[in-house]
Write a protein that binds this ligand. Structure first.
Ligand code: ATP
Ligand code: MG
Length: 570
Protein backbone atom coordinates (compact mmCIF):
# COMPACT_ATOMS: atom_id res chain seq x y z
CA UNK A 1 0.00 0.00 0.00
CA UNK A 2 1.16 3.51 -0.79
CA UNK A 3 0.70 6.00 2.02
CA UNK A 4 -0.85 8.58 -0.30
CA UNK A 5 -3.45 6.09 -1.47
CA UNK A 6 -4.75 5.12 1.94
CA UNK A 7 -5.97 7.37 4.76
CA UNK A 8 -3.76 7.82 7.83
CA UNK A 9 -4.90 11.06 9.43
CA UNK A 10 -2.32 11.35 12.21
CA UNK A 11 -2.73 14.06 14.84
CA UNK A 12 -0.06 16.04 16.71
CA UNK A 13 -2.20 16.41 19.81
CA UNK A 14 -4.58 14.02 21.44
CA UNK A 15 -8.22 15.18 21.52
CA UNK A 16 -9.07 16.50 24.97
CA UNK A 17 -11.65 13.82 25.74
CA UNK A 18 -9.18 10.95 25.28
CA UNK A 19 -8.09 10.16 28.81
CA UNK A 20 -5.82 7.13 28.66
CA UNK A 21 -2.69 6.54 26.54
CA UNK A 22 -4.17 3.83 24.31
CA UNK A 23 -7.25 5.89 23.50
CA UNK A 24 -5.10 8.93 22.69
CA UNK A 25 -2.76 6.87 20.52
CA UNK A 26 -5.52 5.14 18.53
CA UNK A 27 -6.88 8.58 17.67
CA UNK A 28 -3.52 10.22 17.08
CA UNK A 29 -2.31 7.38 14.87
CA UNK A 30 -5.42 7.75 12.71
CA UNK A 31 -6.72 4.27 13.45
CA UNK A 32 -10.16 5.15 14.81
CA UNK A 33 -12.49 8.14 14.96
CA UNK A 34 -15.32 8.87 17.35
CA UNK A 35 -18.78 9.24 15.86
CA UNK A 36 -20.52 9.65 19.23
CA UNK A 37 -19.75 8.69 22.83
CA UNK A 38 -18.92 4.97 22.82
CA UNK A 39 -19.38 4.64 19.04
CA UNK A 40 -16.33 4.51 16.74
CA UNK A 41 -15.38 4.19 13.09
CA UNK A 42 -12.37 2.07 12.19
CA UNK A 43 -10.15 3.70 9.58
CA UNK A 44 -8.20 1.55 7.09
CA UNK A 45 -5.18 0.93 9.33
CA UNK A 46 -7.26 0.34 12.44
CA UNK A 47 -9.38 -2.14 10.54
CA UNK A 48 -6.32 -4.04 9.33
CA UNK A 49 -5.25 -4.60 12.94
CA UNK A 50 -8.78 -5.55 13.93
CA UNK A 51 -8.93 -8.13 11.14
CA UNK A 52 -5.60 -9.62 12.20
CA UNK A 53 -6.83 -10.05 15.76
CA UNK A 54 -10.07 -11.58 14.49
CA UNK A 55 -8.11 -13.97 12.33
CA UNK A 56 -6.03 -15.16 15.28
CA UNK A 57 -9.22 -15.68 17.25
CA UNK A 58 -10.87 -17.63 14.43
CA UNK A 59 -7.80 -19.81 13.92
CA UNK A 60 -7.68 -20.72 17.59
CA UNK A 61 -11.43 -21.27 17.85
CA UNK A 62 -11.34 -23.54 14.79
CA UNK A 63 -8.33 -25.34 16.19
CA UNK A 64 -10.23 -25.95 19.44
CA UNK A 65 -13.05 -27.51 17.42
CA UNK A 66 -15.55 -24.65 17.70
CA UNK A 67 -17.91 -24.07 14.76
CA UNK A 68 -18.36 -20.59 13.36
CA UNK A 69 -21.93 -19.35 12.95
CA UNK A 70 -23.46 -15.90 12.49
CA UNK A 71 -26.38 -14.95 14.66
CA UNK A 72 -28.65 -11.95 14.18
CA UNK A 73 -28.11 -8.74 16.11
CA UNK A 74 -31.89 -8.27 16.31
CA UNK A 75 -33.31 -10.51 19.01
CA UNK A 76 -36.96 -11.04 19.97
CA UNK A 77 -37.67 -10.19 23.63
CA UNK A 78 -39.56 -13.47 24.16
CA UNK A 79 -36.37 -15.49 24.44
CA UNK A 80 -35.09 -13.03 27.04
CA UNK A 81 -38.31 -13.39 29.00
CA UNK A 82 -37.91 -17.16 28.84
CA UNK A 83 -34.35 -17.08 30.18
CA UNK A 84 -35.29 -14.59 32.88
CA UNK A 85 -32.67 -12.10 31.70
CA UNK A 86 -35.08 -9.46 30.43
CA UNK A 87 -35.06 -8.22 34.03
CA UNK A 88 -31.53 -9.04 35.19
CA UNK A 89 -29.72 -7.63 32.17
CA UNK A 90 -32.38 -5.02 31.50
CA UNK A 91 -30.27 -1.94 32.03
CA UNK A 92 -27.66 -2.72 29.34
CA UNK A 93 -30.19 -3.84 26.73
CA UNK A 94 -30.73 -1.62 23.72
CA UNK A 95 -34.44 -1.82 22.97
CA UNK A 96 -36.15 -0.70 19.80
CA UNK A 97 -39.51 -0.93 18.10
CA UNK A 98 -40.24 -1.71 14.46
CA UNK A 99 -42.96 0.02 12.44
CA UNK A 100 -45.60 -2.43 13.70
CA UNK A 101 -44.75 -1.57 17.29
CA UNK A 102 -43.08 -4.92 17.92
CA UNK A 103 -40.16 -4.71 20.30
CA UNK A 104 -36.63 -5.96 19.59
CA UNK A 105 -33.41 -6.12 21.54
CA UNK A 106 -30.00 -5.48 20.03
CA UNK A 107 -27.67 -8.35 20.91
CA UNK A 108 -25.41 -7.63 23.91
CA UNK A 109 -24.49 -11.36 23.79
CA UNK A 110 -26.30 -14.41 22.43
CA UNK A 111 -26.96 -17.12 25.03
CA UNK A 112 -30.69 -17.01 24.30
CA UNK A 113 -30.28 -17.21 20.52
CA UNK A 114 -27.84 -20.10 20.50
CA UNK A 115 -29.80 -22.02 23.14
CA UNK A 116 -32.95 -21.60 21.03
CA UNK A 117 -31.01 -22.95 18.06
CA UNK A 118 -29.78 -25.91 20.10
CA UNK A 119 -33.31 -26.57 21.35
CA UNK A 120 -34.46 -26.96 17.76
CA UNK A 121 -31.47 -28.64 16.15
CA UNK A 122 -29.88 -30.85 18.77
CA UNK A 123 -31.87 -33.85 19.78
CA UNK A 124 -29.50 -36.67 20.58
CA UNK A 125 -26.40 -37.27 22.64
CA UNK A 126 -24.86 -38.37 19.34
CA UNK A 127 -24.80 -34.72 18.18
CA UNK A 128 -22.88 -33.59 21.27
CA UNK A 129 -20.56 -32.06 22.28
CA UNK A 130 -20.82 -28.93 20.13
CA UNK A 131 -19.29 -25.51 20.49
CA UNK A 132 -20.55 -22.61 18.35
CA UNK A 133 -18.88 -19.24 18.00
CA UNK A 134 -19.32 -15.98 16.17
CA UNK A 135 -17.43 -12.71 15.84
CA UNK A 136 -19.93 -9.90 15.67
CA UNK A 137 -21.01 -6.45 16.71
CA UNK A 138 -22.57 -6.28 20.15
CA UNK A 139 -24.57 -3.49 21.71
CA UNK A 140 -24.68 -2.49 25.36
CA UNK A 141 -26.28 0.59 26.76
CA UNK A 142 -23.34 1.38 29.03
CA UNK A 143 -24.22 4.29 31.32
CA UNK A 144 -20.72 5.65 31.13
CA UNK A 145 -18.99 4.65 27.89
CA UNK A 146 -15.35 5.60 28.27
CA UNK A 147 -11.73 5.09 27.35
CA UNK A 148 -12.45 4.70 23.64
CA UNK A 149 -12.94 1.09 22.62
CA UNK A 150 -12.51 -0.14 26.19
CA UNK A 151 -16.10 0.50 27.23
CA UNK A 152 -18.17 1.24 24.17
CA UNK A 153 -21.88 1.12 23.39
CA UNK A 154 -21.19 -0.77 20.17
CA UNK A 155 -18.21 -3.11 20.03
CA UNK A 156 -17.00 -6.36 18.53
CA UNK A 157 -17.09 -9.50 20.60
CA UNK A 158 -16.24 -13.08 19.90
CA UNK A 159 -18.76 -15.20 21.74
CA UNK A 160 -18.78 -18.98 21.93
CA UNK A 161 -21.25 -21.40 23.49
CA UNK A 162 -20.60 -25.06 24.29
CA UNK A 163 -23.15 -27.84 24.73
CA UNK A 164 -22.25 -31.09 26.45
CA UNK A 165 -24.04 -34.15 27.75
CA UNK A 166 -22.35 -34.18 31.16
CA UNK A 167 -20.72 -31.93 33.69
CA UNK A 168 -17.32 -33.50 33.03
CA UNK A 169 -17.81 -32.91 29.32
CA UNK A 170 -18.67 -29.28 30.00
CA UNK A 171 -15.50 -28.90 32.09
CA UNK A 172 -13.44 -30.34 29.23
CA UNK A 173 -15.06 -27.85 26.80
CA UNK A 174 -14.32 -25.07 29.29
CA UNK A 175 -10.70 -26.14 29.54
CA UNK A 176 -10.33 -26.14 25.74
CA UNK A 177 -11.57 -22.54 25.57
CA UNK A 178 -9.37 -21.55 28.52
CA UNK A 179 -6.33 -22.95 26.72
CA UNK A 180 -7.36 -21.33 23.42
CA UNK A 181 -7.69 -17.97 25.17
CA UNK A 182 -4.17 -18.22 26.54
CA UNK A 183 -2.89 -18.85 23.01
CA UNK A 184 -4.99 -16.07 21.47
CA UNK A 185 -3.72 -13.38 23.81
CA UNK A 186 -0.13 -14.60 23.57
CA UNK A 187 -0.35 -14.53 19.76
CA UNK A 188 -1.66 -10.94 19.97
CA UNK A 189 1.53 -10.10 21.85
CA UNK A 190 -0.31 -9.61 25.13
CA UNK A 191 0.75 -10.67 28.58
CA UNK A 192 -2.53 -12.00 29.91
CA UNK A 193 -3.32 -13.85 33.07
CA UNK A 194 -6.49 -15.70 34.04
CA UNK A 195 -8.19 -14.89 37.34
CA UNK A 196 -11.14 -16.39 39.19
CA UNK A 197 -14.21 -14.31 38.51
CA UNK A 198 -17.69 -13.59 39.74
CA UNK A 199 -20.35 -15.08 37.49
CA UNK A 200 -22.55 -11.95 37.59
CA UNK A 201 -25.77 -11.57 35.69
CA UNK A 202 -24.99 -14.36 33.21
CA UNK A 203 -25.15 -16.84 36.07
CA UNK A 204 -23.34 -20.14 36.29
CA UNK A 205 -20.95 -21.81 38.59
CA UNK A 206 -17.38 -21.52 37.42
CA UNK A 207 -15.65 -18.66 35.71
CA UNK A 208 -12.34 -17.06 34.81
CA UNK A 209 -11.55 -13.66 33.39
CA UNK A 210 -8.48 -13.03 31.25
CA UNK A 211 -6.76 -9.90 32.43
CA UNK A 212 -4.12 -7.60 30.98
CA UNK A 213 -2.17 -5.78 33.69
CA UNK A 214 -2.56 -2.01 33.19
CA UNK A 215 -2.60 0.98 35.52
CA UNK A 216 -5.64 2.29 33.62
CA UNK A 217 -7.58 -0.99 33.89
CA UNK A 218 -11.08 -0.85 35.33
CA UNK A 219 -10.63 -4.06 37.33
CA UNK A 220 -8.66 -4.82 40.44
CA UNK A 221 -7.08 -8.21 40.82
CA UNK A 222 -5.75 -9.82 44.00
CA UNK A 223 -2.91 -12.22 43.34
CA UNK A 224 -0.23 -14.23 45.05
CA UNK A 225 3.20 -14.39 43.50
CA UNK A 226 4.13 -17.40 45.59
CA UNK A 227 1.38 -19.87 44.65
CA UNK A 228 -0.27 -18.24 41.62
CA UNK A 229 -3.68 -17.61 43.19
CA UNK A 230 -5.39 -14.78 41.33
CA UNK A 231 -8.95 -13.49 41.53
CA UNK A 232 -10.94 -10.44 40.59
CA UNK A 233 -11.30 -8.30 43.72
CA UNK A 234 -15.06 -8.82 43.31
CA UNK A 235 -14.50 -12.47 44.17
CA UNK A 236 -11.14 -12.65 45.96
CA UNK A 237 -10.81 -14.11 49.44
CA UNK A 238 -7.83 -14.26 51.75
CA UNK A 239 -6.63 -16.20 54.74
CA UNK A 240 -7.17 -13.29 57.09
CA UNK A 241 -7.96 -14.44 60.64
CA UNK A 242 -11.45 -14.09 62.17
CA UNK A 243 -11.96 -11.43 64.82
CA UNK A 244 -10.04 -12.37 67.95
CA UNK A 245 -12.38 -13.87 70.53
CA UNK A 246 -12.55 -12.23 73.94
CA UNK A 247 -14.25 -13.11 77.22
CA UNK A 248 -17.98 -13.01 76.74
CA UNK A 249 -18.76 -9.67 78.36
CA UNK A 250 -21.68 -8.71 80.54
CA UNK A 251 -24.94 -7.62 78.94
CA UNK A 252 -24.98 -5.02 76.20
CA UNK A 253 -24.50 -1.51 77.55
CA UNK A 254 -25.45 1.81 75.99
CA UNK A 255 -22.90 4.61 76.26
CA UNK A 256 -23.01 8.24 75.28
CA UNK A 257 -21.06 9.30 72.17
CA UNK A 258 -22.22 12.82 71.30
CA UNK A 259 -21.46 13.77 67.71
CA UNK A 260 -19.80 10.44 66.85
CA UNK A 261 -20.96 9.26 63.43
CA UNK A 262 -17.97 7.35 62.09
CA UNK A 263 -15.81 4.33 62.83
CA UNK A 264 -12.78 6.67 62.99
CA UNK A 265 -14.39 9.00 65.54
CA UNK A 266 -15.26 6.11 67.86
CA UNK A 267 -11.69 4.85 67.55
CA UNK A 268 -10.35 8.16 68.91
CA UNK A 269 -10.15 9.67 72.41
CA UNK A 270 -12.03 9.44 74.68
CA UNK A 271 -13.73 6.23 73.44
CA UNK A 272 -10.76 4.46 71.90
CA UNK A 273 -12.71 1.55 70.45
CA UNK A 274 -10.37 0.20 67.77
CA UNK A 275 -11.99 -0.18 64.34
CA UNK A 276 -11.46 -3.93 64.56
CA UNK A 277 -13.65 -4.02 67.69
CA UNK A 278 -16.53 -2.26 65.96
CA UNK A 279 -19.37 -3.65 63.89
CA UNK A 280 -20.13 -1.50 60.87
CA UNK A 281 -23.85 -1.55 60.09
CA UNK A 282 -25.01 -0.71 56.57
CA UNK A 283 -28.49 -0.56 55.14
CA UNK A 284 -28.83 -1.50 51.46
CA UNK A 285 -31.79 -1.62 49.19
CA UNK A 286 -31.54 -4.99 47.44
CA UNK A 287 -34.19 -5.61 44.76
CA UNK A 288 -36.25 -2.80 46.34
CA UNK A 289 -36.19 -4.29 49.86
CA UNK A 290 -34.04 -3.02 52.74
CA UNK A 291 -31.38 -5.41 54.07
CA UNK A 292 -28.88 -4.87 56.88
CA UNK A 293 -25.25 -5.74 56.34
CA UNK A 294 -22.65 -6.13 59.07
CA UNK A 295 -18.92 -5.99 58.40
CA UNK A 296 -16.08 -5.31 60.77
CA UNK A 297 -15.25 -1.64 61.36
CA UNK A 298 -11.94 -1.91 59.51
CA UNK A 299 -13.44 -3.81 56.54
CA UNK A 300 -15.21 -2.65 53.38
CA UNK A 301 -18.37 -4.23 52.02
CA UNK A 302 -17.92 -5.78 48.57
CA UNK A 303 -21.11 -5.04 46.66
CA UNK A 304 -20.49 -7.71 44.02
CA UNK A 305 -20.19 -10.34 46.73
CA UNK A 306 -23.36 -9.03 48.34
CA UNK A 307 -25.27 -9.50 45.09
CA UNK A 308 -23.63 -12.81 44.24
CA UNK A 309 -24.22 -14.33 47.69
CA UNK A 310 -27.76 -13.06 48.24
CA UNK A 311 -28.83 -13.45 44.61
CA UNK A 312 -29.89 -9.82 44.42
CA UNK A 313 -30.16 -8.40 40.91
CA UNK A 314 -29.68 -4.79 42.02
CA UNK A 315 -28.33 -3.37 45.27
CA UNK A 316 -27.52 0.17 46.37
CA UNK A 317 -26.82 1.91 49.67
CA UNK A 318 -30.01 3.15 51.33
CA UNK A 319 -30.57 6.89 51.54
CA UNK A 320 -30.50 8.45 55.04
CA UNK A 321 -34.34 8.56 54.90
CA UNK A 322 -34.49 4.87 54.03
CA UNK A 323 -32.11 4.14 56.96
CA UNK A 324 -34.45 6.02 59.30
CA UNK A 325 -37.42 4.07 57.90
CA UNK A 326 -35.61 0.77 58.49
CA UNK A 327 -33.80 1.26 61.81
CA UNK A 328 -35.05 4.57 63.13
CA UNK A 329 -31.65 6.21 62.82
CA UNK A 330 -29.36 7.82 60.24
CA UNK A 331 -26.05 6.39 58.97
CA UNK A 332 -23.43 6.87 61.68
CA UNK A 333 -25.63 5.61 64.48
CA UNK A 334 -26.87 2.35 62.97
CA UNK A 335 -26.76 -1.02 64.69
CA UNK A 336 -28.54 -4.34 64.43
CA UNK A 337 -28.95 -5.11 68.15
CA UNK A 338 -32.11 -3.08 68.71
CA UNK A 339 -35.28 -2.41 66.68
CA UNK A 340 -34.52 -4.57 63.63
CA UNK A 341 -37.87 -5.16 61.88
CA UNK A 342 -38.73 -8.87 61.75
CA UNK A 343 -38.94 -8.91 57.94
CA UNK A 344 -35.54 -7.29 57.34
CA UNK A 345 -32.71 -9.72 56.70
CA UNK A 346 -29.39 -9.24 58.49
CA UNK A 347 -26.35 -10.47 56.55
CA UNK A 348 -23.09 -10.64 58.46
CA UNK A 349 -19.56 -11.05 57.17
CA UNK A 350 -17.86 -14.31 58.16
CA UNK A 351 -15.02 -12.41 59.77
CA UNK A 352 -17.39 -11.35 62.55
CA UNK A 353 -18.46 -14.89 63.41
CA UNK A 354 -17.97 -15.49 67.10
CA UNK A 355 -16.91 -11.89 67.75
CA UNK A 356 -17.75 -10.56 71.19
CA UNK A 357 -16.93 -7.43 73.18
CA UNK A 358 -17.76 -5.36 70.11
CA UNK A 359 -19.22 -1.86 69.79
CA UNK A 360 -21.93 -0.78 67.38
CA UNK A 361 -24.51 1.97 66.83
CA UNK A 362 -27.55 2.17 69.13
CA UNK A 363 -29.95 3.43 66.44
CA UNK A 364 -30.06 6.65 68.40
CA UNK A 365 -28.03 9.77 67.64
CA UNK A 366 -25.23 10.26 70.19
CA UNK A 367 -25.22 6.71 71.55
CA UNK A 368 -23.41 3.46 70.87
CA UNK A 369 -23.60 0.00 72.40
CA UNK A 370 -20.72 -1.97 73.89
CA UNK A 371 -20.24 -5.54 75.10
CA UNK A 372 -21.97 -6.70 71.96
CA UNK A 373 -21.58 -10.38 71.26
CA UNK A 374 -22.68 -10.83 67.69
CA UNK A 375 -24.09 -14.34 68.06
CA UNK A 376 -25.79 -13.58 71.38
CA UNK A 377 -27.10 -10.10 70.71
CA UNK A 378 -27.81 -9.90 66.98
CA UNK A 379 -30.19 -12.07 65.00
CA UNK A 380 -28.04 -12.77 61.95
CA UNK A 381 -30.12 -14.20 59.09
CA UNK A 382 -27.13 -15.47 57.11
CA UNK A 383 -23.34 -15.45 57.21
CA UNK A 384 -21.43 -14.77 54.03
CA UNK A 385 -17.99 -13.69 52.90
CA UNK A 386 -18.84 -10.06 52.16
CA UNK A 387 -15.61 -8.14 52.69
CA UNK A 388 -13.10 -6.82 50.17
CA UNK A 389 -9.60 -8.20 50.55
CA UNK A 390 -6.69 -5.79 51.01
CA UNK A 391 -3.12 -5.94 49.77
CA UNK A 392 -0.80 -7.60 52.25
CA UNK A 393 -3.37 -10.01 53.67
CA UNK A 394 -2.20 -13.62 53.80
CA UNK A 395 -3.08 -15.66 50.70
CA UNK A 396 -5.85 -18.13 51.51
CA UNK A 397 -3.91 -20.90 49.82
CA UNK A 398 -0.31 -20.41 50.90
CA UNK A 399 -0.39 -17.57 53.47
CA UNK A 400 2.15 -15.40 51.60
CA UNK A 401 1.08 -11.74 51.30
CA UNK A 402 -1.45 -10.95 48.55
CA UNK A 403 -0.83 -8.15 46.11
CA UNK A 404 -3.41 -6.09 44.26
CA UNK A 405 -3.09 -4.60 40.82
CA UNK A 406 -5.27 -3.01 38.19
CA UNK A 407 -6.06 -4.82 34.96
CA UNK A 408 -8.17 -4.81 31.79
CA UNK A 409 -10.63 -7.69 31.32
CA UNK A 410 -10.30 -8.86 27.73
CA UNK A 411 -11.96 -12.25 27.96
CA UNK A 412 -14.32 -14.22 30.13
CA UNK A 413 -15.06 -17.95 30.27
CA UNK A 414 -18.09 -19.32 32.16
CA UNK A 415 -19.42 -22.70 32.97
CA UNK A 416 -23.15 -22.11 32.74
CA UNK A 417 -24.49 -25.51 33.68
CA UNK A 418 -28.13 -26.03 32.69
CA UNK A 419 -29.40 -22.57 33.56
CA UNK A 420 -30.25 -21.61 29.98
CA UNK A 421 -30.80 -25.06 28.49
CA UNK A 422 -33.42 -25.91 31.12
CA UNK A 423 -35.31 -22.65 30.66
CA UNK A 424 -35.18 -22.68 26.86
CA UNK A 425 -35.70 -26.45 26.48
CA UNK A 426 -32.34 -27.25 24.94
CA UNK A 427 -32.60 -30.92 25.81
CA UNK A 428 -31.26 -34.06 24.18
CA UNK A 429 -32.10 -37.73 24.34
CA UNK A 430 -29.29 -39.46 26.21
CA UNK A 431 -27.95 -42.97 25.59
CA UNK A 432 -30.02 -44.21 28.53
CA UNK A 433 -33.20 -42.95 26.85
CA UNK A 434 -33.71 -40.05 29.27
CA UNK A 435 -34.24 -36.49 28.03
CA UNK A 436 -31.75 -34.11 29.67
CA UNK A 437 -30.83 -30.45 29.37
CA UNK A 438 -27.43 -29.82 27.76
CA UNK A 439 -24.67 -28.64 30.07
CA UNK A 440 -23.48 -25.32 28.69
CA UNK A 441 -20.55 -22.97 28.82
CA UNK A 442 -20.10 -19.51 27.31
CA UNK A 443 -16.92 -17.75 26.34
CA UNK A 444 -16.42 -14.10 25.35
CA UNK A 445 -13.55 -12.03 24.04
CA UNK A 446 -13.84 -8.28 23.68
CA UNK A 447 -12.14 -8.04 20.27
CA UNK A 448 -12.07 -4.25 20.04
CA UNK A 449 -11.13 -4.00 23.73
CA UNK A 450 -8.30 -6.46 23.09
CA UNK A 451 -7.06 -4.27 20.24
CA UNK A 452 -6.89 -1.27 22.54
CA UNK A 453 -5.33 -3.36 25.32
CA UNK A 454 -2.45 -4.19 22.97
CA UNK A 455 -1.84 -0.46 22.54
CA UNK A 456 -2.21 0.20 26.27
CA UNK A 457 0.38 -2.47 27.02
CA UNK A 458 2.73 -1.66 24.15
CA UNK A 459 3.60 1.99 23.59
CA UNK A 460 6.32 4.53 24.32
CA UNK A 461 6.77 8.31 24.20
CA UNK A 462 6.79 8.26 20.38
CA UNK A 463 3.68 6.19 19.82
CA UNK A 464 2.38 2.66 19.49
CA UNK A 465 4.77 -0.31 19.40
CA UNK A 466 2.76 -2.99 17.55
CA UNK A 467 3.65 -6.63 17.92
CA UNK A 468 4.21 -7.94 14.38
CA UNK A 469 1.25 -10.33 14.53
CA UNK A 470 -1.31 -7.53 14.78
CA UNK A 471 0.43 -4.47 13.28
CA UNK A 472 -1.55 -2.68 10.55
CA UNK A 473 1.52 -3.11 8.34
CA UNK A 474 4.68 -4.92 9.37
CA UNK A 475 7.08 -2.75 7.41
CA UNK A 476 7.07 0.92 6.55
CA UNK A 477 9.47 1.91 3.76
CA UNK A 478 10.46 5.54 3.95
CA UNK A 479 12.28 6.87 0.90
CA UNK A 480 13.58 10.36 1.51
CA UNK A 481 12.94 11.89 -1.85
CA UNK A 482 9.92 10.52 -3.63
CA UNK A 483 10.21 11.83 -7.15
CA UNK A 484 9.17 9.02 -9.51
CA UNK A 485 12.23 7.39 -11.00
CA UNK A 486 14.59 8.88 -8.39
CA UNK A 487 17.16 6.41 -7.02
CA UNK A 488 15.54 6.39 -3.56
CA UNK A 489 12.04 5.80 -4.91
CA UNK A 490 13.22 3.17 -7.38
CA UNK A 491 14.93 1.20 -4.63
CA UNK A 492 11.94 1.68 -2.32
CA UNK A 493 9.62 0.21 -4.92
CA UNK A 494 11.95 -2.71 -5.53
CA UNK A 495 12.11 -3.58 -1.83
CA UNK A 496 8.35 -3.08 -1.57
CA UNK A 497 7.68 -5.50 -4.40
CA UNK A 498 10.05 -8.14 -3.08
CA UNK A 499 8.73 -8.01 0.48
CA UNK A 500 5.14 -8.08 -0.72
CA UNK A 501 5.95 -11.10 -2.85
CA UNK A 502 7.19 -12.82 0.29
CA UNK A 503 3.89 -12.20 2.01
CA UNK A 504 4.96 -9.27 4.19
CA UNK A 505 2.49 -6.40 4.74
CA UNK A 506 4.28 -3.27 3.59
CA UNK A 507 3.34 0.38 3.43
CA UNK A 508 5.46 2.73 1.33
CA UNK A 509 5.50 6.29 2.61
CA UNK A 510 5.45 8.08 -0.74
CA UNK A 511 4.43 11.43 0.73
CA UNK A 512 6.47 14.43 -0.30
CA UNK A 513 7.19 15.34 3.33
CA UNK A 514 10.28 16.15 5.37
CA UNK A 515 12.08 13.09 6.80
CA UNK A 516 11.28 14.22 10.36
CA UNK A 517 7.55 14.23 9.66
CA UNK A 518 7.64 10.79 8.05
CA UNK A 519 9.70 9.19 10.81
CA UNK A 520 7.48 10.72 13.47
CA UNK A 521 4.35 9.36 11.82
CA UNK A 522 5.88 5.91 11.33
CA UNK A 523 6.79 5.80 15.01
CA UNK A 524 3.39 7.13 16.05
CA UNK A 525 1.49 4.51 14.07
CA UNK A 526 4.03 2.02 15.37
CA UNK A 527 5.04 -0.14 12.39
CA UNK A 528 7.35 -2.87 13.76
CA UNK A 529 10.05 -2.34 11.12
CA UNK A 530 11.09 0.76 9.21
CA UNK A 531 13.31 0.79 6.14
CA UNK A 532 14.74 4.25 5.50
CA UNK A 533 16.32 5.07 2.15
CA UNK A 534 18.25 8.34 2.13
CA UNK A 535 20.54 10.06 -0.34
CA UNK A 536 23.61 9.73 1.89
CA UNK A 537 23.16 6.02 2.52
CA UNK A 538 22.39 5.38 -1.11
CA UNK A 539 25.67 6.98 -2.10
CA UNK A 540 27.31 4.15 -0.08
CA UNK A 541 24.79 1.63 -1.40
CA UNK A 542 23.16 1.30 2.03
CA UNK A 543 19.72 1.56 3.62
CA UNK A 544 18.70 1.71 7.28
CA UNK A 545 16.63 -1.11 8.75
CA UNK A 546 15.14 -0.18 12.10
CA UNK A 547 12.95 -2.23 14.42
CA UNK A 548 10.43 0.05 16.17
CA UNK A 549 11.98 -0.57 19.58
CA UNK A 550 15.68 -1.02 18.75
CA UNK A 551 18.45 0.99 17.07
CA UNK A 552 18.85 0.93 13.28
CA UNK A 553 21.36 -1.11 11.37
CA UNK A 554 22.87 0.04 8.07
CA UNK A 555 22.65 -2.78 5.55
CA UNK A 556 23.67 -3.09 1.93
CA UNK A 557 20.72 -2.21 -0.30
CA UNK A 558 20.74 -5.67 -1.83
CA UNK A 559 20.61 -7.28 1.65
CA UNK A 560 17.69 -5.15 2.84
CA UNK A 561 14.99 -7.71 2.08
CA UNK A 562 16.88 -10.50 3.86
CA UNK A 563 17.52 -8.25 6.87
CA UNK A 564 13.81 -7.44 7.10
CA UNK A 565 12.82 -11.10 6.68
CA UNK A 566 15.14 -12.01 9.55
CA UNK A 567 13.33 -9.55 11.81
CA UNK A 568 9.89 -10.65 10.60
CA UNK A 569 10.69 -14.27 11.33
CA UNK A 570 11.97 -13.34 14.78
P1 ATP B 1 -17.30 -5.52 32.02
O1 ATP B 1 -17.19 -6.15 33.38
O2 ATP B 1 -16.04 -4.88 31.57
O3 ATP B 1 -18.51 -4.65 31.88
P2 ATP B 1 -18.62 -7.85 31.23
O4 ATP B 1 -18.14 -8.75 32.28
O5 ATP B 1 -19.96 -7.30 31.28
O6 ATP B 1 -17.55 -6.69 31.01
P3 ATP B 1 -18.85 -10.02 29.34
O7 ATP B 1 -20.32 -10.09 29.30
O8 ATP B 1 -18.09 -11.02 30.09
O9 ATP B 1 -18.42 -8.55 29.81
O10 ATP B 1 -18.35 -9.85 27.83
C1 ATP B 1 -17.22 -10.52 27.28
C2 ATP B 1 -16.13 -9.54 26.91
O11 ATP B 1 -16.62 -8.47 26.13
C3 ATP B 1 -15.49 -8.86 28.10
O12 ATP B 1 -14.50 -9.68 28.66
C4 ATP B 1 -14.92 -7.60 27.49
O13 ATP B 1 -13.64 -7.86 26.96
C5 ATP B 1 -15.88 -7.29 26.37
N1 ATP B 1 -16.78 -6.18 26.70
C6 ATP B 1 -17.83 -6.19 27.54
N2 ATP B 1 -18.44 -5.00 27.59
C7 ATP B 1 -17.77 -4.20 26.72
C8 ATP B 1 -17.93 -2.84 26.29
N3 ATP B 1 -18.90 -2.08 26.76
N4 ATP B 1 -17.05 -2.35 25.38
C9 ATP B 1 -16.07 -3.12 24.88
N5 ATP B 1 -15.87 -4.40 25.25
C10 ATP B 1 -16.71 -4.95 26.14
MG1 MG C 1 -17.07 -10.27 32.28
Amino acid sequence: MKWTQTLVPTLREAPADAEIPSHQLLLRAGLIRKLAGGVYTFLPLGLRTLRKIERIIREEMDRAGALEVAMPALQPPEIWEASGRAQTAGDVLFKLKDSTGRQWFLSPTAEEVITTLAANEINSYRQLPKNFYQVSVKFRDEIRPRFGLMRAKEFIMKDAYSFDTTDEGAMASYQKMYDAYKRIFARCGLQSFPVEADTGVIGGSHSHEFMIPAATGENEVAYCEACGYAANIEKATSGIPKTAARELGAAVEKFSTPGVVSIEALAKEPYKVAANRQIKTLVYIADSKPVIILVRGDDQLNETKLMAKTGAIAARPATPEECVATLGAKPGSLGAVLNVPADVKVYADERLRGANDMATGANEDGFHLKNVSIERDIKVSEWFDLRTVNAGEPCGKCAKPLKIRRAIEVGHVFKLGTKYSAKLNATFLDADGARKPSVMGCYGIGVTRTLQAVVEQSNDKDGIVWPIAVAPYTVCITPLGVAPGSPAMTLAEKIYTELTARGVDVILDDRDERPGVKFKDADLVGFPIRVAIGEKGLAKGEVEVKPRNAPFQAVKAEDAVEAVMKLVNG
